[in-house]
Design a protein around this ligand. Structure first.
Ligand SMILES: Cc1cc2nc3c(=O)[nH]c(=O)nc-3n(C[C@H](O)[C@H](O)[C@H](O)COP(=O)(O)OP(=O)(O)OC[C@H]3O[C@@H](n4cnc5c(N)ncnc54)[C@H](O)[C@@H]3O)c2cc1C
Length: 507
């Protein structure tokens, strides 16, 4: 049946502001974009966010774990991502739990034992390096990895403090919802937004769409995809909640002693809730978070969002009651600590940008001249080794003055499972901010920006990039010695398959 249509009459909108760089969305990507732009010298930035705090999924969605910041002994993901944690460690003691930067890659059994209970702090892969004659030397050892657990409310505070330090350059608009790009031909000229003050316009030289859902680029004529593949982790929604009154170390010990029961508990939790949900550790030993996956949900559809909210909340008491019964040793005194204020969105629309990332980028260790992030990731194809993300993955086709960092960047529906993670959102956001600042200062647009200049500023901002003489050579030595991680069976399979391992799924 054809949908009824209401024709809205044209009206005049007040112009609220005019700026050089307008960032819409204050999640991991948008917050990083605004801060990086200011540090790169931009003076006239507006950062617009629909809710009343920064962080998006990270702080509001209680996604309180950042994985794989290191590979072997090298800390690959640095820049603003690592700054979150150095600041939190200093300003809010106890709000961060992670293996220290000085311990990365350690094979010390005592340390591995200490961190084994904390998911993803110990590597899964085989230890491989080049022998004296270039031959592969394999050792079956585990090593320490920098995965960071943090307290989301402390991060909310820290993100505001970071913005406050740049208050001369960044004007923050909370409770403001970007609804429509202002277009002149194929050029973005600003954004219309809604707030309690009504509908208003902001003009900008460059717009950074960091809404995570391509809310703006999807209306510009730039090509994009929707998340078609309901089998991927990315096509799942969640409402994270936390359980207090437990002892996680004790749960880990108990799990090791009762592996069959642990699986049975997970299965029963899924049956009770009607969707997969599992407990994970947090920065506090007495609290765990319940991650969950509502399959095949599109977080741009109001019905899917509503169902996720209601179905998660109505499952909570029953799930908790079951945990108390199934594992009283750990959950006897457990209680619902809190519920994330914001629904967890993993992916919806994805840009079809100037470069579309795929599993091949991991399997072949693809190299680019316009690399803006060089990140170790959770992808097992290359043993979680570093992958290069090119600037073109956040640059739309056909449309000018627009960038799209974060979880809606340009990727196929397999690679997005590794690219929508927090570090990759921070990294691409930071690069978008620097690129926008350089474009404004050079009087050009973000398509024509001098990418070498962007890369140099990123390096100044503590972002290691490959094949650059200003970056510590130990990074290149590490990837070469460990063959970019492309020795794995998965990488070999991906290279052999014409479709770049499209069948590969990881939850
Ligand atoms: C339950 C769950 C578990 C996850 N687990 C992990 C994990 O363990 N580790 C990991 O690294 N990653 C994980 N992820 C993925 C990761 O958290 C997200 O992909 C990432 O945080 C997204 O960052 P972003 O800035 O691109 O988008 P978002 O965090 O979605 O930020 C977008 C921001 O824009 C705002 N916004 C949206 N639309 C508008 C608009 N029209 N106008 C104004 N503002 C708008 C939003 O309010 C939000 O603040 C998980 C995700 C979920 C949901």
């Amino acid at each position: 049946m054809e949908k009824k249509i209401y024709v809205e009459s044209a009206n005049n909108l007040p112009v609220y502001d005019e700026c050089d760089i307008l960032v819409v969305g204050g999640g991991a990507a948008g917050h990083s974009a605004a801060i990086a732009a200011a540090r790169a010298g931009a003076k006239n930035i507006v950062l617009m966010e629909r809710y009343g705090y920064m962080g998006g999924d990270v702080t509001g969605g209680y996604v309180i774990m950042v994985p794989d910041l290191s590979w072997y002994n090298m800390s690959f993901v640095r820049g603003l991502q690592e700054e979150w944690f150095t600041r939190l460690e200093k300003n809010a003691p106890g709000s961060v739990l992670a293996p220290g930067l000085d311990k990365l890659g350690s094979e010390d059994p005592a340390l591995l034992y200490r961190w084994a209970a904390i998911h993803d702090c110990v590597s899964r892969g085989t230890h491989v390096e080049k022998g004296p004659n270039g031959e592969e030397v394999r050792r079956d050892t585990k090593r320490l990895v920098r995965a960071v657990y943090f307290e989301p409310n402390q991060l909310k505070i820290e993100m505001d403090k970071m913005l406050y330090e740049h208050r001369d350059a960044i004007r923050v608009l909370y409770h403001s919802w970007g609804t429509k790009p202002i277009m002149e031909g194929n050029e973005v000229k600003g954004v219309i937004f809604e707030s309690k003050e009504g509908r208003q316009a902001i003009f900008a030289k460059t717009v950074i769409d960091a809404t995570g859902d391509g809310d703006l680029y999807s209306q510009t004529g730039a090509p994009y995809a929707s998340l078609a593949d309901g089998q991927t982790r990315s096509s799942t929604t969640a409402v994270v909640w936390r359980i207090g009154g437990i002892n996680w170390d004790q749960y880990y010990e108990w799990s090791n002693a009762h592996p069959a029961q642990v699986q049975a508990i997970k299965n029963r939790m899924a049956e009770i809730a009607g969707f997969r949900n599992v407990p994970l550790p947090s920065n506090d030993n007495s609290i765990c978070w319940i991650n969950n996956w509502h399959a095949a949900k599109d977080c741009t559809k109001v019905k899917d969002l509503t169902d996720t909210e209601i179905n998660t909340r109505i499952s909570m008491r029953e799930v908790l009651a079951y945990l108390k019964e199934a594992c009283p040793l750990v959950f006897r005194n457990a209680f619902i600590y809190d519920i994330a204020p914001q629904l967890g969105t993993r992916c919806s629309r994805r840009l079809k940008g100037e470069y579309i990332m795929s599993a091949n980028d991991w399997a072949f260790a693809n190299q680019f001249d316009d690399t803006i992030a060089w990140h170790s990731t959770i992808c097992q194809i290359n043993d979680c080794g570093p992958v290069e993300i090119p600037y073109r993955a956040i640059l739309p086709q056909k449309v000018e003055n627009l960038l799209a960092p974060g979880r809606h960047l340009s990727s196929d529906d397999v690679a997005i499972d590794w690219l929508n993670l927090i570090p990759q959102c921070v990294g691409t956001g930071q690069a978008a901010g620097v690129a926008a600042a350089v474009a404004v200062q050079s009087g050009t647009n973000v398509r024509c920006v001098d990418i070498k200049k962007v890369q140099n500023i990123l390096i100044d901002q503590d972002v290691p990039l490959p094949r650059n003489e200003r970056v510590d050579p130990a990074y290149m030595e590490c990837v070469e010695q460990h063959m970019y991680g492309t020795y794995t069976e998965l990488a070999k399979k991906a290279r052999a398959e014409a479709d770049g391992l499209k069948s590969f799924r990881q939850w």
